[in-house]
Design a protein around this ligand. Structure first.
Ligand code: BEZ
Ligand code: FE
Length: 264
């Protein structure tokens, strides 16, 4: 390497080459296996588009996304943990009033999501922005079915009031497969892995003076909780889903988001 290069780049590339060579020696990679790897990476790149990022999916399914997230978001005990963002977040969802509905396709079991946003001491955080999104009852996000699902189906942005409270009505999410019709799906198949994620509701919680939380709440009794295709499950993110059956709403899920001060 040159003498005048970025020191961080030097550190990263030195380690990468060391580990890459150790890996090749460890498995005694054959010429044919090297060709398979090149072909796999080539196809992974070729299927990428503005709508599809197969390399991130590869990182997700190898557990690398969660590892990078864990290293970069170490928080105090009690603070809400992060998990994987995933490819289906869309910026600019409609801002909705407290208690409003976000599900517009008439499918699924209605679920009230509610809770509070607080700091580490339990004090309410007002004006926190809560960006939420989930799949529909068929296991697809609206962006996967343009023209079939209503635009912004199962998405919305909510702002907490003085008591830090939030509430909205969506559906109880269902488990679904990550996109598996490309090279990553082929890899999962070859490894005897299924492509499913356990049912979850996505949240991004932001508030002035606090660290951004990119997370989900999980439906704890989901079949795939112990084998999430992208390793996103964390025990602290399991939320209660209680049957209420009041004639309109079938489920209620209460979950508080506990924020860490910025810079901590
Ligand atoms: C998701 O939860 O939306 C997701 C996360 C990682 C990969 C694919 C989907
Ligand atoms: Fe998801």
């Amino acid at each position: 390497m040159g003498s005048d290069i970025n020191p961080r780049l030097k550190e990263i590339m030195t380690s990468l080459v060391r580990h890459l060579h150790a890996f090749v020696k460890d498995v005694h990679l054959t010429q044919q296996e090297w060709e398979v790897a090149i072909d796999f990476l080539t196809r992974t790149g070729q299927i990428c588009s503005n709508e599809r990022q197969e390399f991130i999916l590869l990182s997700d399914t190898l557990g690398v996304s969660m590892l990078v997230d864990a290293i970069n978001n170490r928080r105090s005990i009690g603070a809400t943990e992060n998990t994987v963002l995933g490819p289906f977040h869309v910026a600019g969802a409609p801002q909705r009033g407290m208690g409003e509905h976000i599900s517009f396709d008439g499918k699924g079991e209605r679920c009230l999501f509610e809770g509070r946003v607080t700091d580490l001491h339990g004090n309410p955080v007002a004006d926190a922005r809560i960006d939420v999104w989930s799949d529909n009852a068929d296991g697809y996000y609206d962006v996967q079915q343009p023209g079939i699902q209503p635009k912004w189906n199962n998405r919305g942005i909510f702002t907490t009031g003085v008591e830090g409270k939030y509430s909205f009505v969506g559906i109880k999410p269902v488990s679904y497969p990550i996109p598996h019709d490309g090279p990553v799906g082929g890899m999962l198949d070859a490894l005897g892995r299924h492509p499913y994620r356990p049912a979850h509701m996505h949240f991004i919680v932001t508030a002035d003076g606090f660290q951004k939380v990119v997370t989900h709440t999980f439906v704890g009794d989901d079949h795939y909780m112990t084998s999430d295709a992208v390793f996103g499950v964390k025990e602290t993110l399991v939320a209660p889903f209680e049957r209420v059956d009041d004639g309109v709403t079938v489920w209620r899920s209460s979950f508080d988001f506990i924020l860490t001060p910025a810079g901590e």
